[in-house]
Design a protein around this ligand. Structure first.
Ligand SMILES: Cc1cc2nc3c(=O)[nH]c(=O)nc-3n(C[C@H](O)[C@H](O)[C@H](O)COP(=O)(O)OP(=O)(O)OC[C@H]3O[C@@H](n4cnc5c(N)ncnc54)[C@H](O)[C@@H]3O)c2cc1C
Ligand SMILES: NC(=O)c1ccc[n+]([C@@H]2O[C@H](COP(=O)([O-])OP(=O)(O)OC[C@H]3O[C@@H](n4cnc5c(N)ncnc54)[C@H](O)[C@@H]3O)[C@@H](O)[C@H]2O)c1
Length: 444
């Protein structure tokens, strides 16, 4: 039996933030990881995806400038792009593990399972600890359809040696829409099938419609309000059938129908930790229904979006909470969300839906930016922002953005909202001109 002050289960961005923070405060910390050190984001999530997106974004910018100064569109060399991605991802697990070892944080590689006496088993090792942090994240959800065994996930997509000429994506959430953008840019015919008429429900409905229109214009076969019911092998391909009777042959099918909390291995029933279908139940201090067990990151059932910076924020919060007395409940700052692609969709703060429910409190400025200098310069085919302004203070409190530059605009607005800047405050700053930052004074 090995004794620790705290054992962190899961070596992803959330678990690592807590482990390093608590170690720096002098606690004897161990981290358990069953798969790739570093977790989802740097191995098979945000970072590899955004490496592939670099080529997609560049191609999108070049396409927009055809007849405006450029004469050819760069084509994606998938094997070379994948090699670039692998050159980054292949060093993540060992680099992450080396970092923990150099900091003298104990590491255990294997699946963590709680025992009846509240201790933990990892392979041959038994761990005991005063407190525990569960940071096991989420795993892709595979819908129970006929032929589910033929479904792949984003894990396989982000590591494909060859991209098939035709692929099918089941679900148009963050993952489905981003993988559609990548595969489409790399020359694959993409079928994006979504079971309702409202993909990306957390985002502004008008901007989602605009985004889907762009994807269709780029050649993606977007099918809404229908479900894939069967996937069956057909020679060296697969035949896909939907509930409305449509069928086609495709090279690979990917389940992009959401992710589920990774709790099955843990035997949480043995330690009285309650869960829902959305994850582990926690109170405002990220404490589970067992007072010695805390949880953070994607595995937690909470309303905040499941994103890397949120997991890291929670890791830093638990560092504070577990080393100080009477910590207040966690309070999140505004959280930006971005769906990446040639056209990016971004959101922050008070949503346009909330604003519409409280017209006495909020005003929404719906601005077509396509003609604005910043977007004309790059010939962005469609740029739009909806800015939510607090009626009483005239400050920006939320925004929804669609453009090839949305990730930058949303981060500028993150500073504006976090620092409660008024348009007078913004106009007191001198920003480089002409850039996206110099547009900020015109949004409210
Ligand atoms: C395709 C894709 C793209 C994404 N893109 C973005 C993006 O652009 N921006 C963004 O902010 N977020 C993005 N995300 C989300 C982001 O990856 C997660 O929010 C983030 O990784 C959550 O961190 P975490 O530490 O909670 O969990 P994870 O990173 O999932 O880490 C959990 C770790 O726990 C391990 N584990 C699970 N069970 C056990 C067990 N029983 N014992 C031991 N170890 C265990 C797992 O192997 C894993 O390594 C993306 C996700 C995906 C899938
Ligand atoms: N850019 C980013 O920041 C980014 C990128 C990828 C993932 N993520 C994170 O990972 C999380 C998971 O993303 P995700 O895309 O896996 O989940 P998601 O919940 O965003 O989307 C899955 C979608 O599939 C739909 N769906 C469910 N069953 C279906 C079926 N049988 N057929 C068709 N559609 C079906 C769901 O209604 C949902 O809209 C996100 O919530 C996000 O927090 C973030």
């Amino acid at each position: 039996m090995q004794e620790f002050d705290i054992v962190v289960i899961g070596g992803g961005p959330g678990g690592l933030a807590a482990a390093y923070g608590l170690h720096a405060r002098g606690l004897n910390v161990a981290v358990v990881e069953k798969d790739l050190w570093g977790g989802t984001c740097p191995n098979r999530g945000c970072d590899p995806k955004k490496i592939l997106m670099a080529a997609v974004e560049t191609q999108g910018h070049a396409e927009a400038l055809q007849s405006h100064g450029l004469t050819s569109v760069p084509q994606i060399d998938w094997p070379a792009l994948m090699a670039t991605k692998r050159a980054y991802t292949e060093q993540i697990p060992s680099g992450t593990h080396d970092g923990l070892a150099a900091a003298k944080i104990a590491t255990f590689h294997g699946t963590a399972t709680f025992n009846d006496d509240g201790t933990l088993t990892v392979g041959q090792d038994q761990l005991n600890s005063a407190n525990w942090i569960i940071a096991t994240g989420q795993a892709p959800r595979i819908p129970a359809i006929d032929g589910a065994e033929w479904l792949n996930t984003s894990n396989e997509f982000l590591d494909l040696d060859h991209l098939p000429a035709d692929i099918t994506l089941m679900g148009a959430g963050y993952v489905g829409v981003e993988l559609a953008a990548i595969a489409n840019a790399a020359g694959s015919q993409v079928h994006l099938v979504h079971h309702s008429d409202r993909p990306l429900r957390a985002f502004d409905g008008d901007l989602v419609k605009d985004l889907l229109r762009r994807l269709k214009a780029e050649g993606v076969d977007v099918q809404l309000n229908t479900e894939i019911t069967t996937v069956a092998p057909a020679d060296d391909q697969f035949k896909v059938t939907t509930a409305d009777g449509n069928s086609w042959t495709t090279g690979m099918v990917f389940a992009t129908a959401g992710r589920q909390p990774a709790v099955a291995d843990l035997h949480l029933d043995r330690v009285n930790v309650a869960t829902t279908a959305h994850g582990i139940t926690v109170n405002g201090n990220l404490q589970t229904t067992n007072p010695h067990i805390f949880a953070l990151g994607d595995v937690v059932d909470r309303p905040q979006p499941k994103l890397t910076p949120v997991a890291g924020f929670e890791g830093r919060y638990l560092t504070e909470t577990l080393t100080t007395c009477d910590s207040p409940a966690i309070e999140y700052p505004v959280i930006p969300s971005v769906v990446y692609g040639k056209t990016q969709l971004a959101q922050l703060g008070v949503t346009t839906t909330e604003a519409a429910q409280h017209p006495e409190q909020y005003q929404v400025n719906d601005l077509d930016l396509t003609g604005w200098y910043s977007y004309r310069r790059i010939q962005d085919p469609h740029a739009r922002i909806k800015v939510v302004v607090d009626q009483a203070t005239k400050r920006i409190v939320g925004a929804a953005v669609l453009s090839s530059e949305a990730e930058q605009v949303i981060n500028y607005l993150d500073f504006v909202i976090t620092h409660r800047m008024s348009s007078a405050d913004i106009s007191q700053m001198i920003t480089a001109y002409p850039t996206l930052a110099s547009d900020l004074t015109y949004f409210n």
